[in-house]
Design a binder for this molecule. Structure first.
Ligand code: FAD
Length: 334
């Protein structure tokens, strides 16, 4: 769902990538010419795979170490229930100029446009909400999000400022739903979200398109021809000398450079020991940045009883629960 229309046109934050500057300098060499240098990439998610593919193309010897039994990380497609259900990423959020669009074409990932306006919203008891009421509230939300930072400050959360400014909205079920779906889904709990910086980041323009035959096709395409070692959990990175020593499953692999693409949670948990410790500024950033959890469920019925729209939403009392249903039948031939 296109939740963050209000920050379109600004650039989206990149996943964590710890990259030594000399590696970037070395990457200016001629394409395909082996340069005798080895790079270990930790993590075979889309970040690690993309970096590995690019570095291999420009002449590095690349070894990817992945803790799980498969590549893709949070690109994960479940095919056990009769449809290709993406448990992780599903959408290309804005196809224009988006490198994922090109990757999808190359990888044979079919995509289908989803339209936010193809929706029905239900209130408690299954009461259909008036479409105009929903549309007006959505417009007002965007307008508030575009200006609320003017009332924000460094010591108050989004939740506090919003509640002070709009006490009735803060208690309204439709507004709870909109805040949860359009804001906290992407940014985390509103009481931990800055009232000044909640709209940082950029997104691509263009249609929202959902993968219909598995987002993991992109991971598998990127992984093709790479040296990837699965079931290899990295526990230590010793970069105290010229040759970096990476410990995984009791083995040490040496490299000239290293790229760490593990999720923030892995870094926060200190699951990988860095020798010497990461610079203080990086450690502080890792500990200060928060994160949240998104769960997806696939529910199947033998016959469909719901309306033929793409999104069906329900606005319960509790914020951040069961935000919306995506009608898979509207874009997949079953
Ligand atoms: C439910 C859900 C829905 C999403 N929907 C979308 C969407 O529709 N569109 C979109 O653009 N994005 C979406 N995202 C976000 C997107 O999936 C991620 O931003 C992206 O996949 C992250 O890729 P990554 O390579 O940075 O990290 P990851 O995919 O997390 O890859 C990191 C890899 O590191 C490995 N690893 C961890 N620790 C170690 C270790 N110690 N040693 C070795 N390997 C290790 C992990 O196993 C993993 O494979 C969604 C995410 C989730 C969870």
């Amino acid at each position: 769902m296109q939740r963050r229309k209000f920050i379109k046109d600004t650039f989206k934050g990149l996943p964590i990538l710890l990259l030594t500057p000399t590696l970037l300098a070395s990457s200016c060499k001629k394409e395909n010419e082996p340069n005798g240098k080895t790079v270990v990439v930790i993590g075979a998610g889309i970040s690690g795979l993309t970096a590995a593919k690019k570095l291999k193309e420009i002449g590095f010897n690349v070894i990817v170490l992945e803790a799980q039994e498969k590549v893709g990380g949070r690109l994960r497609t479940n095919r056990t229930l009769g449809v290709e259900f993406d448990e992780g990423a599903s959408w290309i959020h804005g196809v224009n100029g988006n490198p994922i669009t090109t990757l999808a074409q190359q990888a044979g990932m079919n995509i289908y446009e989803t339209i936010d306006e193809s929706r029905k919203s239900f209130d408690i008891g299954g009461v259909l909400r008036n479409a105009t009421t929903y549309d007006n509230a959505e417009d007002e939300l965007y307008s508030i999000l575009n200006s609320m930072m003017n009332n924000g400050n460094a010591t108050q959360s989004f939740e506090t400022v919003f509640t002070n400014l709009y006490p009735l909205k803060a208690n309204d079920r439709l507004w709870k739903f909109l805040l949860s779906t359009y804001v906290s889904f992407d940014t985390g709990d509103l009481n931990n979200l800055s009232s000044l910086l909640y709209n940082e980041g950029e997104e691509f323009n263009g249609a929202e398109k959902i993968a219909v035959n598995g987002y993991d096709r992109i991971a598998n395409y990127l992984a093709n021809d790479l040296n990837i070692q699965i079931n290899q959990r990295v526990t230590k990175v010793d970069y105290s000398s010229n040759k970096i020593k990476v410990t995984h499953n009791g083995t040490i692999t040496e490299s000239d450079f290293i790229i760490v693409t593990v999720p923030l949670g892995v870094l926060k948990a200190n699951s990988i020991q860095f020798v010497p410790n990461l610079p203080t500024a990086k450690q502080n950033a890792i500990q200060k940045i928060g994160m949240n959890c998104v769960n997806k469920f696939l529910l199947t019925w033998n016959t469909s009883f719901w309306d033929d729209v793409q999104y069906i939403s329900y606005t319960p009392e509790i914020i951040d629960k069961f935000n919306y249903f995506v009608n898979v039948k509207s874009f997949i031939q079953l």
